[in-house]
Ligand binder design. Structure first.
Ligand code: DGL
Length: 272
């Protein structure tokens, strides 16, 4: 059951802020909530500015600053940048600018390199994530003798924002992006965008059971848990989440509820 964070007492601990360019961050939030069910959360979907994948670094930093200011005004004590693209473009700027702690995403290149038998790993990510050198540095750092192939996936985030997780159009896009990786011999595929875990079933059908598909949600949840003192309790109270969208709240209410697995109440992110 989900209740509004506002329904809890003002004396409750500071909420955890979580944001993404849209609904992809829900794949991270569900892992965090599984580990920390007693926290209050404020989730911002920047769907009015989605996708970030085609934006410049300056544009993404500007959005990250606007959302961070909003989350801090809501009392956030920790902020999770539940978006690989925003992490790559903006997390260093955010850490240098604000005193609150930020937890960012890091694609699972290191575990993928440890798992591959074929010596070839594929990374699916957005164009902007691949444009910066942060991901390339991560690959250089961990690849060793393994060949790591990156694949930009334009259009995929938009399909997920529309809730099209298994339509013919989504299937065709996924096929187009994973086939070159399979042809090169990849036996591990890294999901380098937080939207893509919602396509895990479809990707699994296309790549087959012999190919491992990795995401980072659980690892990020562990990192978040390292900042939060939550004692395991038999008396687990309902998780409290306030949802905001810079896009159409009713669209997020529909698609977000389907992705989240239960109804959500979404408010419009106040215009700055
Ligand atoms: N969920 C974002 C990520 O992890 C998607 C970026 C976009 O909006 O293109 O990269």
């Amino acid at each position: 059951m989900t209740i509004s964070a506002a329904e809890l007492s003002a004396a409750a601990p500071a909420p955890i802020g979580v944001f993404d360019s849209g609904l992809g961050g829900l794949s991270v939030l569900r892992e965090i909530v599984a580990k920390l069910p007693q926290q209050r959360y404020v989730y911002v979907a920047d769907s009015g500015h989605c996708p970030y994948g085609g934006k410049s670094q300056d544009q993404i930093i500007a959005r990250a600053v606007t959302i961070t200011d909003f989350l801090l005004a809501r009392g956030a004590g920790l902020i999770v940048v539940a978006c690989n693209t925003a992490t790559i473009a903006a997390v260093e700027y955010l850490r240098a600018t604000y005193s609150v702690n930020f937890v960012g995403m890091e694609p699972a290149v290191k575990p993928a390199v440890a798992l591959t038998h074929s010596g070839v790993v594929g990374v699916l990510a957005t164009g902007a994530a691949l444009a910066g050198d942060k991901l390339l540095r991560l690959i250089d750092q961990h690849a060793g003798g393994v060949r790591v192939i990156t694949q930009p996936c334009p259009g995929l985030v938009e399909q997920i924002e529309r809730g099209e997780l298994a339509t013919a159009a989504t299937r065709a896009l996924v096929r187009r992006y994973v086939e070159p990786l399979l042809a090169a011999g990849a036996d591990v595929i890294v999901l380098g965008c937080t939207h893509y875990p919602f396509l895990r079933r479809l990707i699994g059908e296309i790549v087959g059971p012999q190919v491992r598909v990795l995401d980072t949600g659980e690892a990020v949840a562990r990192r978040v848990a390292s900042f939060v003192n939550e004692a395991p309790s038999a008396d687990v109270r309902a998780t409290a989440i306030d949802w905001y969208s810079s896009g159409d709240p009713s669209q997020m209410r529909d698609v977000g509820a389907a992705l989240w697995g239960s109804p959500i109440n979404v408010a419009a992110l106040p215009k700055e």
